[in-house]
Write a protein that binds this ligand. Sequence first.
Ligand SMILES: NC(=O)C1=CN([C@@H]2O[C@H](COP(=O)(O)OP(=O)(O)OC[C@H]3O[C@@H](n4cnc5c(N)ncnc54)[C@H](O)[C@@H]3O)[C@@H](O)[C@H]2O)C=CC1
Ligand SMILES: O=C(CO)COP(=O)(O)O
Ligand SMILES: [Zn+2]
Length: 360
Amino acid sequence: MSADRINLLRTKVFDKSKWMQLPRDVVIGHDVIEQIPTVCEDLALGDSVLIVSGDRTRDVAGKRVEALLSGSYEIATFAAGEDDPLETIRKAEEAVAEAGFVIGVGGGRVIDVAKIASYNTDRHFISIPTAASHDGIVSSRASVPTADGNVSLAAEPPIAVVADTAVIASAPHRLLASGCADIIANYTAIRDWELSHRLRGEPLSEYALTLSRMTAEILFKNADLIKPHSEESAWLVTKALVSSGVAMSIAGSSRPGSGGEHKFSHALEILAPGKGLHGEKCGIGAIITMYLHGGDWEGIRDSLKKIGAPTTPAGIGVDDETAVAALLAARTIRPERFTILDMGLTEESAQDLVKMLYRE
Ligand SMILES: NC(=O)C1=CN([C@@H]2O[C@H](COP(=O)(O)OP(=O)(O)OC[C@H]3O[C@@H](n4cnc5c(N)ncnc54)[C@H](O)[C@@H]3O)[C@@H](O)[C@H]2O)C=CC1
Ligand SMILES: O=C(CO)COP(=O)(O)O
Ligand SMILES: [Zn+2]
């Protein structure tokens, strides 16, 4: 090989750089919420904190976190109400002003408010999920509903995740089942990524892809163990959500966990606002995208059933016509993210798929 060629290759190798942001402390288990003072002390984040929670999740765990930190920290609180999300984020940013770091205690919506406010004010953020409803509890992205659909925003990756399985197991089972469905959807997300890699040359991270698949496999194999209000189930699912979040951090995008099934879910957020939880919609979408990929779509459907997640649009109160419209609209959502739904699906075929695959 010529010296020029070797130098060129060297330059290419040394040109490569990647910045992965991962949580430093991940604490999962029974009553670990009690560890929050130790976690804060370990991370030396300062002596004042803003605790963000929702109306319900403040009672579920927010007040307990406030009590555990009172005496050692100056505490401010912020209630993330359910009105205009962008306005809520703006107010949360104002509330951060006096605080050294931020803790979010709640479901996905509250965690997103806290992590965006942290990012925009350059504060560290600790995630205390009260439900294992999707992998956003660990990731560095937020997904915020607006009139034009959900927008994906940059957010502060949690420096620590404190996931108390006793709290998570006490949440409505529907939330846990939704988290499982979000993970099972990794199967189709990675198939879409591979498709785009082969067809469009999109860069692909083998590590992120393998971790994402392995995470889905573990849940898929253990679907029988997922039971309502069981701490063992909460443990299994929360670990999977962390692992899936890490896969996204390695990739530097949500690609390992979000493909056509997520575009279908985002289309439904516009066409049928308020219907179904995030993971539920992704699971329903994954049945169709797995079929189109020629994979084990019945396996996906059956594992969703075992877990207690819906498997049809009707199961989340969406009619077949709207599901067809969402399948077709998926290509208009984040068009740069190429998936099996961007390969020329027609209205007739979408109607046939909905009729054939969404029978109870
Ligand atoms: N950051 C990301 O990557 C992602 C963010 N999202 C966003 O997350 C939000 C959806 O998150 P979800 O958790 O599905 O819904 P959510 O945050 O709206 O929570 C659903 C309901 O469960 C309640 N809840 C939570 N924990 C509870 C507990 N332990 N006991 C009793 N009730 C409890 C909440 O008060 C709320 O009423 C949306 O805003 C969506 O856009 C969705 C996917 C990914
Ligand atoms: O929900 C996610 C991964 O499970 C994130 O997906 P989006 O980037 O499509 O919002
Ligand atoms: Zn998701």
